[in-house]
Design a protein around this ligand. Structure first.
Ligand SMILES: Nc1ncnc2c1ncn2[C@@H]1O[C@H](COP(=O)(O)OP(=O)(O)OP(=O)(O)O)[C@@H](O)[C@H]1O
Length: 357
């Protein structure tokens, strides 16, 4: 089932939670709503579900206005962060719940329900745990039961609100990979709320980046990560260094270095901020020409394949974060307290008047 959100706005008193949201989710797509706390992710999900009404705008399912359909009629499966399973019911009873409470005329037979429960247990890889109670499960297993329960009623769409939010990092990672595989098998249109950028990048077909109730950018994980549309998205999706400088006729000057900025060929002497990812900063022991900024190494974390360094620029005193491969780090043989030279590359330049973070 496709979802179309057209000009949706929502106020809570004087507070604008959503402002003129437009978004289409084609059938079978998994979309992540990503944004900081309070950006409106849950409100948008609840409006799609029919748990909340929009002040303005419409939600269409398969092209049909949903204004007059209630939550039950929308055939939506939910999974929340703290999806309270029924404590007094076993895993299989929990999964069967949605089918057992159907009116007699719509309820499948006992045998059919049992078969469906076993199918779902195998889908969520919990075959051996059918007779356990929720208290006898780990957090990750409980969330898988919650997902099986949501799927039992054969929903046309799945809405997930931080479903792995309460779990530890390792389990989260396993479960999101598993969710992606499950989605590839079932192709149920899914909307997934998260404030974890890595989770969104890992799982989603497309990511909607929300900020203060508005969409900042919409695109595939690669598009939003590699081509952030504005400083907010750049900053939100991963670590970034900011270099203040000036643009003049296609050249940007940052401290003592000057680099090409062809997209600003016609800009005259204007203040600009360059965004650079930590892995796009080179370190040299000796300045190579004029194009390097002197800096002192404050801190080195050399655990794992990527070495993280924190440096302080000698010219402005600003901090610079750098990530180096182990091999390059070994070649340079760097130590904290040493003076080196840094050079940013692959800069993304924004002119401050054009944006507000
Ligand atoms: N029923 C309500 N009454 C008043 N304000 C509300 C209500 N529901 C949400 N809000 C406000 O609307 C804003 C958006 O809330 P929402 O829960 O959609 O954000 P979110 O992006 O999901 O945040 P989080 O990641 O913290 O869950 C918040 O500032 C919140 O306080």
């Amino acid at each position: 089932m496709s979802i179309q959100i057209v000009n949706v706005s929502k106020q809570f008193g004087a507070f604008t939670a959503l402002k003129d949201i437009n978004l289409t989710v084609p059938t079978g797509e998994l979309v992540a709503l990503l944004g900081p706390s309070g950006s409106g992710k849950t409100t948008l999900l609840r409006i799609i579900a029919g748990l909340e009404t929009a002040d303005q705008g419409t939600i269409l399912f398969n092209g049909e206005d949903t204004s007059n359909t209630n939550v039950q009629q929308r055939r939506v499966g939910f999974v929340f962060q703290h999806y309270a399973l029924f404590r007094h019911m076993t895993v299989s009873e929990n999964i069967a719940f949605g089918l057992n409470v159907r009116p007699r005329s719509l309820r499948p037979s006992k045998k059919e329900i049992q078969e469906r429960v076993y199918e779902l247990l195998s889908l969520v890889k919990l075959e051996g745990l059918a007779n356990r109670y929720p208290a006898q499960l780990s957090g990750g297993q409980r969330q898988r039961v919650a997902l099986a329960r949501a799927l039992a009623v054969q929903p046309q769409m799945l809405l997930l609100d931080e479903p792995f939010g309460a779990l530890d990092a390792k389990v989260r990672k396993e479960l999101r990979r598993w969710l992606r595989q499950l989605h590839d098998e079932l192709h149920i249109t899914s909307v997934f709320v998260t404030h974890d950028q890595e989770e969104a990048l890992d799982v989603a077909d497309r990511i909607v980046i929300l900020n203060k109730g508005q969409i900042e950018q919409l695109g595939t994980p690669e598009e939003v990560y590699e081509h952030p549309k504005n400083p907010f998205v750049y900053d939100f999706l991963g670590n970034v260094n900011l270099f203040q400088g000036r643009i003049h006729k296609g050249r940007v000057t940052i401290g003592c270095i000057e680099l090409d900025a062809p997209e600003y060929a016609h800009t005259l002497d204007t203040q600009a901020v360059s965004f650079v990812r930590p892995y796009n900063i080179e370190i040299e022991r000796e300045p190579q020409g004029q194009e390097f900024i002197p800096a002192r190494i404050l801190f080195i974390r050399a655990v794992g394949p990527v070495v993280h360094l924190e440096l302080k620029r000698e010219d402005t005193g600003e901090l610079v974060e750098v990530e180096l491969g182990k091999e390059r780090f070994g070649q340079l043989n760097l130590k904290a307290g040493e003076n080196v030279f840094v050079k940013p590359k692959d800069l993304k330049i924004f002119i401050p008047e054009d944006y507000v973070i």
